[in-house]
Design a protein around this ligand. Structure first.
Ligand code: PLP
Ligand code: ZN
Length: 436
């Protein structure tokens, strides 16, 4: 049976052809997903095949996404694939970060090692490939961040024209710079985020532009492979906990789906527990998860956090995310700007580094260990979602004591590391180095 799209709403579950250009269920408006399709090889054969591909020179096999193509079966052939050899990201032990969290051990899976520096590449290789398969010439998204950087790269690499819409003002220059360099047509629209979303939907329909926003079910399929690769790297032994930051909640949706599918296909024996961490000023999913009535998410009107990648007030994928956290017996935590900033500096001191949103994982873990939710001896993997160089401005301000949280509250530079201005005087410098 060819792959299909299926509505995520429990009491709809309508199915649609995989090559239909739809973003939500045409019947009920629900989220769509690619219907799971068990591979027709044994678990052991798949593991052996995937391991052998790692040594190959074919672009498809070198990609840390397409190597696991049996797990993302939405293409009939792979002629349309555009790959920049995404994935292949390391799992790094971080004893210093473990001690900070109160854990015996902690490993980071670092998605910042991707071609454009974030996990968006894992999804975008699939989204762009689907766009080409559909015969599209242009792709678009609304984003000032990692999504636009990634989409611009994959579209240009695949011969598509990337079009980016951003709210006027409110720009993160590091990421926007990438989008411009990768050749995206960029429109700064004088309107708010929701208005721009409506505008882009209108334009997409009128001009036949394919939308690569975060609900795109093919991006979710690609992000699933972060978990498949992680299990492969751990010889198919799931950890006790997997911790990740939550913004639009596409990534948690992808992780949960991947893990359930791997369990159902007998690739792993059990599900790890999933912990999603949000920033306090932008935590609608935290509120939903811990409230009595979980039938509707209450959007945050003005989401605020310096961790711009998770500054999302109305996350579209919340129904999927809630399902995945529940299925895994997981939890949702929130952390302050100060906690994010300090955790980020600790990850830096490990020689690893990440962007602010990623550091919410370590900050959240520290709280979960203190509360006894995660035990000291637990086997934990935290996913670092973006590269340190995405946000150098934040880093410089933190280390020099100039970082301010939204609202003007000063962030303490608990692990600050300010450069020292000095005379050209070896004696004085030697003295300073001695009592450092
Ligand atoms: C997109 C992004 C997130 C948030 O992921 P969601 O899927 O929107 O929850 C977190 N960190 C970084 C670096 C990102 O780019
Ligand atoms: Zn439906």
């Amino acid at each position: 049976m060819p792959a299909q799209l299926v509505c995520f709403e429990r009491n709809c579950r309508a199915r649609f052809p995989i090559a239909e250009v739809i973003y939500n269920c045409p019947r009920c408006g629900g989220l769509l997903e690619v219907a799971p399709d068990p591979p027709n090889a044994s678990p052991q054969d798949l593991k052996t095949l995937w391991r052998s591909r790692r040594a190959g020179n074919q672009p498809l096999d070198q990609s840390g996404v397409w190597r696991y193509r049996e797990m993302i079966p939405f293409l009939e052939n792979h002629d349309s694939v555009v790959t920049l050899r995404e994935g292949n990201t390391p799992v790094l032990d971080a004893p210093r970060a473990a001690a900070y969290a109160g854990l015996d051990r902690l490993a980071f899976k670092h998605q910042g090692f991707n071609p454009t520096g974030s996990f968006k590449d894992n999804g975008m290789t699939c989204g762009a490939s689907q766009a080409i398969r559909l015969g599209m010439k242009r792709v678009a998204c609304v984003s000032t961040g990692n999504t636009s950087a990634s989409m611009a790269a994959y579209a240009s690499a695949g011969g598509l024209e990337p079009v980016i819409f951003i709210p006027h003002g409110n720009i993160a220059y590091g990421k926007l710079a990438q989008a411009l360099e990768y050749g995206a047509r960029t429109f700064q629209v004088k309107a708010n985020f929701d208005q721009i979303l409506a505008l882009v939907r209108t334009l997409a329909e009128r001009l036949g532009i394919y939308l690569l926003n975060s609900i795109n079910p093919f991006r979710i399929e690609g992000q699933k492979t972060i978990m498949v690769e992680l299990m492969d790297q751990r010889d198919w032994r799931p950890p006790d906990w997997i911790v990740l930051p939550g913004g639009n909640l596409g990534n948690i949706s992808a992780f949960g789906k991947a893990l359930r599918e791997m369990r159902d296909f007998h690739l792993i024996p059990n599900l790890p527990r999933l912990a999603v961490i949000q920033a306090e000023g932008s935590a609608p999913f935290y509120e939903l998860f811990h409230s009595r009535d979980r039938s509707a998410l209450r959007p945050v009107e003005r989401p605020e956090t310096l961790a711009t990648a998770i500054r999302i007030g109305d996350p579209v994928s919340w129904p999927k995310a809630l399902h995945e956290v529940d299925c895994s017996a997981g939890t949702v935590e929130k952390v302050s700007e100060q906690e994010i900033a300090d955790a980020k500096a600790v990850i830096g001191r490990c020689g690893i580094g990440c962007e602010p949103a990623s550091a919410a994982t370590l900050a959240g873990l520290r709280k979960l260990v203190a509360a006894g939710t995660v035990s000291r001896g637990a086997d934990v993997v935290a996913v670092l979602t973006g590269n340190l160089l995405k946000d150098p401005d934040y880093i410089y301000r933190y280390h020099t004591g100039q970082l301010e949280a939204p609202g003007g509250v000063a962030i303490q530079s608990s692990f600050g590391n300010s450069p020292v201005v000095t005379e050209n005087d070896p004696d004085r410098i030697a003295a300073m180095l001695e009592d450092y």
